[in-house]
Design a protein around this ligand. Structure first.
Ligand SMILES: C[S@@+](CC[C@H](N)C(=O)[O-])C[C@H]1O[C@@H](n2cnc3c(N)ncnc32)[C@H](O)[C@@H]1O
Length: 248
């Protein structure tokens, strides 16, 4: 290796090292700053969340496609949501992220609850390609608009507890809408099993919420425990931050 190549090679390693060190130092300072506030929980006013999701609908829809392949969430959706059957209610359906994962032959109807108009528009466009005509598709902007007598065989909610102002109330309403013998399928994200990772989540919770309308450090087990749901199984992935839940 000539002198110039050696200089470029070692200079490059030095530069990357300095950059990585600076990033680590910044994160360390931030994490230490919030050490005394392990449960930073930004308030989630419903109107603010809907306005954030209206603004980011397109960006969100594009972002998750790539990220979820990388994080394995794509496969969690694939294996969990194929269990949905009968009359299905999906809460916080967003841009229709789950349409590719349902086994349509076993689904009679799909009711969506989605308060963000922009998210709903994306879901409608996606539904034209993904949802077979045999499936009766309905959209509701909020729980209150559902017919009172509704009772569903399956209720699905993915990555929604993080953005609901009153997550426990929403879980309880879901339970009331479930037919006896029905199932609630959740994929959610929240606190990790690891303290060091929770410190990082706590540190950036506020800025992540402002950008994405999502509180990523919620204690999902606590929320389920406070609700009327009866837990059948809960598997955790991605350092314990992704929760795949079956309940009724
Ligand atoms: C992170 S996105 C998840 C979208 C989709 N379920 C997915 O898996 O990609 C959260 C969605 O929940 C919706 N949402 C927020 N508050 C809600 C509420 N109280 N009830 C139902 N949906 C809500 C938002 O508008 C947004 O579309």
């Amino acid at each position: 290796m000539g002198f110039l190549k050696k200089a470029l090679f070692f200079g490059g390693i030095y530069g990357v090292g300095v950059y990585a060190g600076a990033v680590a130092w910044t994160i360390r300072k931030d994490v230490l700053r919030y050490e005394s506030e392990p449960h930073l929980k930004p308030i989630v006013p419903e109107k603010r969340v809907v306005s954030i999701y209206n603004d980011i609908a397109e960006k969100y829809s594009k972002k998750i496609t790539k990220e979820e392949l990388f994080s394995g969430i794509y496969f969690l959706r694939f294996f969990h949501l194929r269990n949905a059957k009968g009359h299905v209610l999906e809460i916080g359906s967003g841009p229709g992220s789950n349409f590719s994962f349902y086994k349509w032959k076993q689904i009679h109807s799909l009711s969506l609850i989605e308060p963000s108009e922009e998210m709903h528009k994306l879901a409608s466009t996606r539904a034209e390609k993904k949802v077979p005509e045999s499936v009766h598709l309905k959209h509701f902007a909020e729980f209150e608009k559902l017919p009172k007598e509704s009772s569903f065989d399956t209720i699905v909610q993915t990555f929604c507890l993080c953005s609901q102002e009153n997550a426990v109330k929403s879980l309880n309403r879901a339970k009331q809408m479930l037919r006896p013998g029905g199932q609630i399928l959740l994929i959610e994200h929240g606190q990790s099993k690891y303290g060091w990772l929770n410190k990082i989540l706590n540190t950036y919770a506020e800025s992540h919420y402002q950008n994405w309308g999502c509180v990523w450090n919620r204690d999902i087990n606590e929320l389920i425990g406070e609700s009327d749901l009866e837990l059948e199984s809960c598997k955790r992935y991605n350092f314990g931050t992704t929760y795949v839940i079956k309940a009724h």
